[in-house]
Design a protein around this ligand. Structure first.
Ligand SMILES: NC(=O)c1ccc[n+]([C@@H]2O[C@H](COP(=O)([O-])OP(=O)(O)OC[C@H]3O[C@@H](n4cnc5c(N)ncnc54)[C@H](O)[C@@H]3O)[C@@H](O)[C@H]2O)c1
Length: 467
């Protein structure tokens, strides 16, 4: 039997050459900006929070706001002016057609552009923003196809502009704490992770009849596509715990399966009037619960689930497991092995941890949760969270994770430091959607991740514990 080609050989055969003059962006830091001129495209449900937080950051000036709708632009401007009417007094509004954002880029020449539009607009807008000279901060997912993700990378490398997919969940308190614990070796050698976006969102479907809003476009993705349509909230933090794409390990391949699609049709039948457009949509091509398994270059495993329609509570799983313990979310839990070496005497006492004796078994039947889990904040709360806890409290957004992310992005631009998420990480995390769609369509056949770094992940620094 002929030998199978190695992963590296298969990947390099499918890797487009780097564009002339383009440079790797793995540890890229842009020149410092004393003042950051910012603009936004898309101020529906998500965008206003971003632009208000950007407006609240010291050293910014909001120069442009764009949406299809004038009323949404006006609302966003009013919210921005409340932050600082003097600093943001020249903000200009652009609306009325799908390409008005290009006029905004040309006229206002922002340093950084937030993009919070429907998914199919992310890549073209990010590319146009970078070509105009701006850094692009893109809502999840970074792009919808492998081709789009390569175009984003090529443009970022060629223009030397950041393009960060804004995975806000990486700035959640628990996620930051688990990252800190991973870096301190509390869980030992990491072998497995679990991530998810399980969020019952059927109520958004009514926006199809309303003609505007998230569900107006998202419902059609649910109906037409079968795979993991929204992987990055659960996956982003776990990928950083495992240093995927950064020095230690990387995404290798994925298999994916979906359950039948029943929930949206049932909902449309039971919750809408007979003349609703929702009743005319064929939902059968989707899949309600998608489960993918990713194997990494080191042979570690990662399970990623997606379900936006089943009657069950929200979860991102947020599970990280190693040779010395496991951290998990929803609810927050820990399990630590008896020989956990890093336990301080106080924690040992609190958790009733036996001394480090071989052959002595630990309690493998119960999690450390509730007050026991909370005790760990004192020891492992991430320094970035501690430094920005007030910002998180004041500006909020998903419990403060949005505010920490936006403030941190501006801080990195003003200090000329690398961002916490590079363009390749955004591409790897978002690639789960097209790869899972293909795997599902091929009855679970494995799909190789492209190496978006062209081999340079091996020398890219792991994300440090940012102080
Ligand atoms: N990270 C998170 O926690 C989070 C939460 C919610 C949404 N999102 C993401 O944010 C994005 C936006 O979601 P949303 O819920 O705000 O949707 P939305 O439909 O409420 O808002 C999108 C806005 O983009 C505008 N738009 C569409 N095409 C445009 C164009 N060509 N030019 C200018 N404006 C255009 C629409 O008019 C709309 O106001 C999505 O990518 C979604 O996945 C992320």
């Amino acid at each position: 039997m002929a030998a199978l080609p190695s992963l590296a050989a298969a990947q390099s055969a499918n890797t487009p050459s780097r564009l002339a003059g383009a440079k790797y962006m793995g540890d890229f830091a842009a020149p410092k900006l004393d003042k950051v001129k910012v603009a936004i495209i898309g101020v529906g449900a998500r965008g206003p929070g971003h632009i208000v937080q950007a407006a609240a950051c010291e050293g910014t000036e909001v120069v442009g706001i764009c949406d299809l709708y004038e009323d949404l632009c006006n609302n966003a401007r009013n919210a921005v002016l409340k932050q600082d009417p003097e600093r943001h007094k020249n903000v200009k509004l652009y609306f009325g057609d799908e390409h008005a954002y290009q006029k905004m880029l040309a006229e206002t020449k922002p340093d950084a552009v937030w993009i919070a539009t429907p998914w199919e607009w992310h890549a073209p807008m990010a590319i146009d923003a970078m070509l105009s000279g701006a850094h692009a901060f893109v809502e999840v997912p970074l792009g919808t196809s492998i081709e789009e993700l390569w175009k984003i990378i090529d443009t970022s490398e060629k223009t030397q502009r950041h393009c960060m997919m804004m995975e806000n969940v990486n700035y959640g308190r628990e996620e930051l704490m688990f990252l800190n614990m991973c870096r301190q070796g509390v869980f030992g050698e990491i072998l497995h992770g679990e991530a998810a976006y399980i969020h019952e969102l059927r109520g958004q479907m009514h926006q199809v009849d309303a003609g505007r809003g998230t569900g107006f476009w998202r419902t059609y993705h649910w109906a037409k596509e079968n795979g993991n349509l929204y992987p990055t909230h659960g996956l982003g933090p776990v990928a950083q715990y495992m240093n995927l794409g950064r020095g230690e390990d990387n995404f290798r391949r994925l298999v994916s399966f979906s359950s039948p699609a029943k929930n949206h049709e049932l909902y449309a039948k039971e919750k809408t009037k007979p003349d609703s457009k929702l009743r005319q949509i064929d939902y059968s091509k989707g899949g309600d619960m998608n489960t993918s398994v990713i194997k990494t270059v080191l042979g570690r495993t990662l399970m990623v689930q997606w379900d936006e329609s089943s009657p069950r509570p929200y979860s991102r799983h947020n599970l990280i497991q190693g040779t010395r313990g496991t951290g998990a979310g929803f609810p927050n839990r820990l399990a630590l092995d008896y020989c956990w070496k890093n336990a301080t005497p106080e924690l040992r006492k609190l958790l009733n941890l036996p001394e480090d004796k071989p052959n002595q078994s630990s309690n493998y039947h119960e999690w450390i949760e509730g007050g026991g889990f909370n005790a760990f904040y004192e020891y492992f709360d991430h320094p970035l969270y501690k430094r920005m806890a007030d910002v998180a409290k004041k500006h909020g957004g998903h419990g403060g994770m949005d505010a920490i992310m936006n403030f941190r992005m501006i801080e990195c631009l003003r200090k000329g430091e690398p961002l916490d998420q590079n363009v390749y990480e955004g591409a790897f995390w978002a690639a789960v959607t097209p790869l899972s769609r293909k795997s599902v369509a091929e009855d679970g056949m494995p799909q190789d991740f492209p190496d978006f770094t062209r081999g340079q992940w091996k020398t890219t620094k792991p994300l440090a514990v940012v102080q």
